[in-house]
Design a binder for this molecule. Structure first.
Ligand SMILES: [Zn+2]
Length: 267
């Protein structure tokens, strides 16, 4: 069973210290047994690191209208029939269960703040400036802030399909994005720059291998990746190969729509 001390040691071995800032993606389940549970992971990281940010997404505030724009990678009617009632986004709303226990533990930490995006909010400690920059028009501003301040992506027991910073790279190269809608205080707002699918993101690995720092925590692989290098590599690759990082799953509406949009542009 892993203890607080094991986590601090592993983070220090990666070179994390009070001057470092990370975008955290992790799965408690993948790590295995942790003495003290998610609080140990969050506490040890905050003790080692200067600033920690993690996605606190709330897809359950999403509204599915009966109709909307074409090529938007969603089936309006189907989702209305099969969908659940959207919840009004509130700043103190728990993060979606699929974001993991550690994200929720960070959100409820006494010193944590959260950004106000109704679907793609981030939560973090010592990162108020980054969180305040996010808006509906600029959903990945916290990622940009981290990249500009020499931050890293920290993956613990998850792969790059969880690495949302790659959506920021897609945004930078003007890859086709989508529109969604969300419920805030009784009004429906349009949410632009909705990202596509991340199932193909693991393909980034051979391109960034030279600057990934690896470690282990229990059963989980740990990866620390300098964010600026990650973004520069991903945008460079997508400029060279506009279909880079798209997935190959049959029937992935999102990636197929992006490919179609590229076909229109590339002729
Ligand atoms: Zn896909």
């Amino acid at each position: 069973m892993l203890s607080y001390r094991d986590f601090v040691r592993a983070f220090q071995e990666l070179g994390l210290n009070g001057d470092r800032r990370v975008m955290l993606h992790t799965s408690l389940q993948a790590i295995g047994e942790v003495k003290g549970g998610p609080g140990t992971v969050v506490g040890s990281l905050l003790a080692t690191c200067g600033a920690v940010i993690t996605p606190a997404f709330t897809f359950r505030s999403m509204v599915t209208p009966p109709y909307g724009p074409d090529n938007n990678a969603m089936s309006y009617q189907d989702e209305v029939e099969g969908g659940s009632t959207p919840e009004v986004f509130q700043l103190d709303m728990p993060v979606d269960v699929e974001m993991g226990e550690i994200a929720e533990t960070l959100r409820i930490h006494p010193t944590a703040k959260r950004s106000t995006h109704p679907l793609l909010s981030f939560t973090g400690v010592n990162s108020g400036e980054a969180l305040a920059l996010q808006s509906l028009e600029d959903p990945w501003a916290p990622v940009k802030w981290l990249a500009d301040s020499d931050g890293d992506v920290l993956l613990i027991g998850v792969d790059h399909t969880k690495n949302v910073s790659l959506h920021y790279a897609e945004f930078l190269v003007n890859r086709k994005q989508f529109v969604r809608w969300a419920l805030i205080e009784g009004v429906i707002v349009e949410v632009p720059h909705w990202p596509g699918c991340s199932e193909g993101f693991q393909a980034i690995v051979p391109h960034i291998q030279s600057f990934i720092q690896e470690g282990r925590l229990g059963n989980a692989k740990v990866e620390l990746i300098p964010l600026r290098d990650l973004i520069n590599t991903a945008t460079g690759w997508m400029r060279e190969d506009p279909k880079a990082l798209l997935c190959n799953r049959d029937g992935c509406e999102s990636c197929e729509t992006v490919r179609r949009a590229l076909g229109d542009t590339l002729g």
